[in-house]
Design a protein around this ligand. Structure first.
Ligand code: ADP
Ligand code: MG
Length: 695
C-alpha cells in the first residue's frame, strides 16, 4: 500500500535515472513529492474554439486529429511532427520537434486536448510544441490550471504532474498534522483537500485556499518552535547581575559622546533584565547607526563587573573584527581581556594564539569577553561562567539558527543546564514593531529609533538619465579631490556561480578604473574572496589606500569608515529596501555631509516605488513599514535562510494569519506542552526543525 513514507523508487513509473533526479531535488518519499509545490500555474482551464484562437495567446483547444505525419527535415536532421486538429469552428496546425512519441499517441480520428502558445508562420497560425492528452483522459497537462514545478535537468513538469496524478490515485490516507477543530474553526481545508487543490486546482480560489492552508502550517510550526524554545530557556535560572548605578555612570561618562534618549532607555531596560535571575530574552531593534554596539557594551560591562563572561556573535569575520577592536578600546581602561574566535583568527587580548590555547583560556574564564562568528557555536567551545550572549545583526542568522543559538547557549552555560545565559539580539535593520512581536516569539523589545544628534541626514538621489550618471561621476571626482571616499555597489548575476561572480566583479572594477575614474585608485571587494583578503581590502580602504571601493553586496555588513561620504548603488531596484537602507548606512558615519545615489537598472513601477521611498525617507523604521507592505514579512525573516517555501512566504503578508497561528500554538502548548496528544503535529515539528536546521 502506498503511504506518505513510501520511497519514490518504489513507484512503478519511476526508473533509476528519474529517481536520482528526484533525489537531486531533495525528494525521496511520497510525502516529499506531495510537498513539492508548484512555483506557478499556467491557466489552461478555458477551452477556446479553434476559430477564435489568436496569435500570441496561450490556449487550450479540443478537437479531432484529422491528419498527422512525422518526417525528418533534410537540413537539420530533426524529427518534425505536424498534425491538424479540427473542431466545429475551424482547423489549426500543431508542430513538435524531436518528440518521437507524439505520432505514437496521436492517431487520425483521435479526440484530443492541446495546450500551448499560438504563433504564426508562413502557413498561418500554429500551436508549437503544445502539451496534449486524449480527451477521454482526466485533465492533467491541459484543460485546467496546470501547475509548473521547480524543475531539474531531465525532470520536466509534465513528468512530475504524471507522478503526482498516480500518487493521488493510489494514496488512501493523508495523515493531517493539524487538529481538525483548528482547521474547522479557521475554515481551512484538510490535508487531502489542500494537496488536491494545490496540485489539481479547478479554479484560482481552490489554489489560493491551498496556499493559505500551507502558509498557516508553516506559521504554526514556526510559532510552536519559537514558543517551545522560549519555554525551555525560561525554565533555566540566570546569573543575576546586580545593578550598579555608579559603575554604569562611570562607563557612560568615559564615552566620547552623550547617549541618545533611546540608548539610555534601552540600557535601563537591559540592565534591569540582567539584574533578575530569570534569563533575559531581548531584541534590540535599531536603525543603522543608532549606536547598538555601545548599548550592548553596557550590558557586557554589568556581566564583567559581576565576574562573569560575555559572548558576542557576529555574522561575518569583518564584523567580528570590528567589534573586537571596538570592545578592546571600550574596555581598555578596565584591563578586561577580550578574545576573538573565528574560523581564521584566534586572538587573546593582543596576542595571536592557537585555537586550542584559546579554547582552554575560555574554559578557564580568562577572557571576559569573547567575540566571534559561527565558530563560537561549535560544541567544543565551553565557557567557565557565561552570563550574557549578544548576537549582532541577528536576521542574518535566520530564524532557525537563532532558535538553535538559544538552545546551544542554554546547554553550554556554566557547563551545566542549571544556569542559562541572558540573551540579547540586535537587528541589522529595523523590523516593524507588530511584526517583531509576532515573529520573534515573546522576545522583549528595546527600540532605538533615534539617531545620534550630530548626524546629518544622508542626501539620497535616484539617477534617471545617462547625463545624471556623468554628473554624478563628476561629483564623486570632486568629493574625492576634497579628501573623501566612495563606495560603488552592484548586484550580481547569480551568487551561486563562483567564477561568474569573480568575473563580473573584476569586469566592473576594470570598467570603472579605466573609463570613469582613470586617475583614481579603486579597490575591489567581492563575496568569493577569502575572509583574510576581504579584511585586507577593507583595512586598506579605511587607511585611504583607495579612493573608491567597488563592491558586491558583501559590503553591507556593519563596517565603519567615517571618511566615506558617497554610496553609489547600481541596479538598485534589485535590492530590498532594508538592504538599500543598510548600504546607505555605510556612509554618514563621520562629520561630513554624505550622499547616496541610486542607479536603476530597468524601470518598473514597483521598483520605482521602493527607490522613491529611499529618496523620501531617512528612517529605517518608516522604510521597514513600506517594505512590509511591498514585499511582505519574508524580507524580515532573512528570505532564503528561513526555510519557508516561496508559496507560503507570499502568504505571510497576512498578518492576521500570523497572529492566529500564534494564538493556536499557544493554545496547543498550554494544554499539552510536549504535544504528546497530537503525535502527527509533533512529528511535523521535528521534520520542520530538521528542514530549517539544514539550511
Ligand atoms: P549600529 O547601531 O549601526 O550598530 P554602531 O553601534 O556601530 O551603530 O554606532 C555607529 C557609530 O556611532 C559608531 O561610530 C559609534 O561610536 C557612534 N555612536 C554611537 N552612539 C552615539 C551617540 N550617542 N552619539 C554619537 N555617536 C554615537
Ligand atoms: Mg552594528
Amino acid at each position: 500500500m502506498l503511504t506518505f513514507d513510501t520511497p519514490l523508487e518504489e513507484l512503478p513509473h519511476i526508473k533509476r535515472p528519474a529517481w536520482l533526479r528526484f533525489k537531486r531535488l531533495g525528494l525521496e518519499t511520497v510525502r516529499d513529492l506531495l510537498f513539492h509545490f508548484p512555483n506557478r500555474y499556467e491557466d489552461y482551464a478555458t477551452i477556446v474554439p479553434i476559430g477564435e484562437v489568436e496569435e500570441g495567446n496561450k490556449v487550450t483547444i479540443k478537437g479531432t486529429v484529422t491528419s498527422i505525419r512525422a518526417e525528418r527535415t533534410w537540413k537539420k536532421k530533426m524529427l518534425l511532427t505536424e498534425a491538424h486538429i479540427q473542431d466545429a469552428t475551424g482547423t489549426i496546425r500543431a508542430l513538435w520537434f524531436n518528440q518521437r512519441f507524439v505520432s505514437q499517441t496521436l492517431k487520425e480520428g483521435v479526440q484530443v486536448r492541446l495546450s500551448g502558445k499560438v504563433t504564426q508562420d508562413r502557413d498561418g497560425l500554429v500551436l508549437s510544441g503544445p502539451d496534449f492528452e486524449r480527451s477521454e483522459r482526466e485533465a492533467t497537462h491541459t484543460g485546467r490550471l496546470v501547475p509548473v514545478y521547480p524543475e531539474t535537468a531531465g525532470l520536466s513538469s509534465k513528468f512530475i504532474r504524471w507522478q503526482m496524478a498516480f500518487v493521488f490515485q493510489k494514496l488512501e490516507v493523508f495523515p493531517d498534522p493539524v487538529p481538525e477543530d483548528i482547521l474547522d474553526e479557521l475554515h481551512l481545508p484538510n490535508l487531502r483537500t489542500a494537496l488536491t487543490y494545490l496540485h489539481f486546482p479547478k479554479n484560482e480560489k481552490q489554489m489560493l485556499l491551498a496556499e493559505k492552508r500551507f502558509a498557516f502550517d508553516e506559521m504554526l510550526l514556526l510559532q510552536l518552535k519559537v514558543l517551545q524554545v522560549r519555554a525551555l530557556s525560561e525554565t533555566g535560572k540566570a546569573f543575576s547581575l546586580p545593578l550598579d548605578a555608579t559603575e554604569t555612570k562611570r562607563f557612560i561618562t568615559s564615552l566620547p559622546f552623550q547617549l541618545t534618549g533611546a540608548q539610555e532607555k534601552s540600557v535601563q531596560e537591559i540592565l534591569h533584565d540582567l539584574s533578575d535571575n530569570k534569563p533575559m530574552n531581548r531584541l534590540l531593534n535599531g536603525d543603522v547607526g543608532s549606536g547598538k554596539t555601545v548599548v550592548a557594551a553596557l550590558g557586557a560591562n554589568s556581566a564583567i563587573e559581576a565576574g562573569y563572561q560575555v559572548a558576542l556573535l557576529a555574522p561575518t569575520e569583518i564584523l567580528a573584527h570590528q567589534h573586537f577592536e571596538t570592545f578592546s578600546r571600550l574596555f581598555a581602561k578596565k584591563k578586561t581581556t577580550v578574545a576573538l574566535l573565528t574560523a581564521s583568527f584566534q586572538e587573546l587580548g593582543s596576542q595571536k594564539v592557537s585555537r586550542a590555547t584559546l579554547l582552554k583560556a575560555i574554559q578557564s574564564g580568562i577572557p571576559q569577553i569573547v567575540i566571534g562568528t559561527h565558530a563560537l557555536l561549535q560544541d567544543d567551545v565551553r565557557f567557565e561562567k557565561l552570563a550574557l550572549i549578544v548576537v549582532d545583526e541577528q536576521q542574518r542568522f535566520g530564524v532557525a539558527q537563532r532558535a538553535k543559538l538559544q538552545e546551544l547557549s542554554y546547554e553550554s552555560a556554566d557547563g551545566s543546564t542549571s544556569t542559562a545565559p541572558h540573551f540579547l539580539t540586535m537587528t541589522a535593520t529595523p523590523i516593524p514593531r507588530t511584526l517583531a512581536l509576532t515573529l520573534f516569539g515573546n522576545l522583549d523589545l528595546s527600540i532605538l529609533d533615534e539617531l545620534p544628534k550630530h548626524k546629518k541626514p544622508i542626501t539620497t538621489k535616484i539617477a534617471v538619465s545617462t547625463t545624471d550618471r556623468e554628473k554624478i561621476y563628476q561629483f564623486i571626482r570632486e568629493e574625492i579631490s576634497r579628501g573623501r571616499q566612495a563606495f560603488i555597489v552592484f548586484p550580481l548575476v547569480e551568487e551561486s556561480k563562483a567564477m561568474e561572480e569573480v568575473k563580473a566583479a573584476t569586469a566592473e572594477h576594470v570598467r570603472l578604473s579605466e573609463k570613469a575614474f582613470p586617475t583614481l585608485r579603486l579597490g575591489l571587494l567581492h563575496g568569493r574572496m577569502k575572509g583574510k583578503e576581504k579584511e585586507k581590502v577593507m583595512r586598506e580602504f579605511k587607511e585611504g589606500k583607495y579612493h573608491i571601493l567597488v563592491s558586491t553586496a558583501v559590503v553591507e555588513v556593519g563596517i565603519d569608515i567615517p571618511n566615506a561620504t558617497i554610496m553609489l548603488i547600481e541596479e538598485a531596484e534589485r535590492f530590498g529596501l532594508s538592504q538599500l537602507h543598510q548600504f546607505r548606512g555605510r556612509v554618514g558615519r563621520g562629520a561630513e555631509q554624505s550622499y547616496c545615489f541610486l542607479f536603476p537598472g530597468k524601470n518598473s513601477s514597483a521598483e520605482n516605488k521602493r527607490l522613491q521611498a529611499m529618496e523620501k525617507m531617512a528612517s529605517g523604521f518608516e522604510l521597514a513599514e513600506v517594505d512590509l507592505k511591498l514585499r511582505g514579512p519574508g524580507t524580515f525573516l532573512g528570505d532564503r535562510q528561513s526555510g519557508l517555501p516561496d508559496i507560503a512566504m507570499e502568504n505571510l503578508t497576512n498578518m492576521r494569519l500570523i497572529a492566529i497561528a500564534r494564538e493556536k500554538a499557544e493554545g496547543l502548548l498550554k494544554k499539552d506542552p510536549k504535544l504528546s496528544r497530537v503525535p502527527l503535529l509533533k512529528k511535523a515539528l521535528s521534520r520542520f526543525e530538521e528542514r530549517i536546521h539544514l539550511e
